[in-house]
Design a binder for this molecule. Structure first.
Ligand SMILES: [Zn+2]
Length: 262
């Protein structure tokens, strides 16, 4: 069984198709999925999905893009949602400086300082709730690592959709964090090969980041958890090991890291 540790099935891309999406995941032997919150509404929807579907777990969090919507009342509501036992992480949280230059679905794009403030508040919440964190890091390696370092004792985490180089990967592993990879490692121009080759299999988890980043041969289409198998195949190919070795290691890691019980 494979686990997709990062999907956004609450996004409008799926509408009423969740049942079919989960059916295809089951057929592909993807038995557990973590639905990841990006703001208050999606965190609440994550919890609803987790309550409704046995194979779905949820996380609560504020993506850096949503940083300006976070206030104390919202943090306390998130904390209440997180009391459900199938809420297994705080995420996705972090820093995104790539989009500082681009437009956003939110009214204003948060500055670096505003993103860091939101990130730190979410890390405080994770400490309080004793939950691991799912970190989003885009063109923000230096600041992300600095913030994580200042929290490192007591925080367990994974940096998701890893797309940096080996040097950054090593610093993440030195903090005791894990790394997860999405479908973008299957793209011809991906530079993840070097990183995947060099880091231990035991530090890796699988994800899709659905509906984004569909792997080859589905690139350009809507992504879904069933396709996480393509990510596993690519890792097996790069590391020159069997698919079942990747499956067993990543599943075991995800289950213990997030405490996924049946
Ligand atoms: Zn995501």
């Amino acid at each position: 069984m494979f686990i997709d540790t990062h999907a956004h099935l609450d996004f409008p891309d799926y509408k009423a198709e969740i049942g079919a999406v989960l059916g295809r995941a089951k057929d592909a032997d993807v038995g557990k999925i973590i639905n990841v919150g990006v703001d208050f509404i999606s965190s609440r929807k994550s919890a609803d999905l987790a309550r409704h579907y046995p194979e779905i777990y949820g996380s609560i969090g504020f993506h850096p893009e949503a940083a300006l919507e976070l206030d104390l009342e919202t943090i306390s509501s998130l904390s209440t949602i997180a009391q459900h036992k199938k809420i297994v992480a705080v995420g996705e949280i972090g820093l995104d400086y790539y989009n500082l230059r681009r437009s956003s679905k939110y009214a204003r794009y948060p500055s670096r300082e505003q993103q860091i403030f939101c990130f730190e508040q979410m890390l405080d919440l994770a400490l309080e709730l004793r939950l691991p964190v799912i970190v989003h890091m885009r063109e923000s390696e230096i600041d992300t690592l600095a913030v994580l370092k200042s929290f490192s004792s007591g925080i367990r985490g994974v940096v998701h959709c890893f797309s940096s180089d080996f040097e950054v990967a090593q610093k993440i592993l030195d903090l005791g964090f894990l790394i997860s990879f999405t479908g973008n490692i299957t793209y011809p121009k991906s530079e993840a090969k070097d990183v995947i080759k060099k880091i231990p299999l035991g530090s890796i988890m699988l994800e899709t980041d659905s509906p984004l980043l569909a792997p080859q041969p589905y690139r350009g289409k809507r992504n879904e958890p069933a396709y996480v198998v393509e990510v596993a195949k690519k890792i097996a190919e790069i590391k020159n090991i069997s698919l079942s070795e990747v499956e067993q290691s990543t599943t075991k890691k995800a289950e213990s890291f997030f405490g996924l019980s049946d």
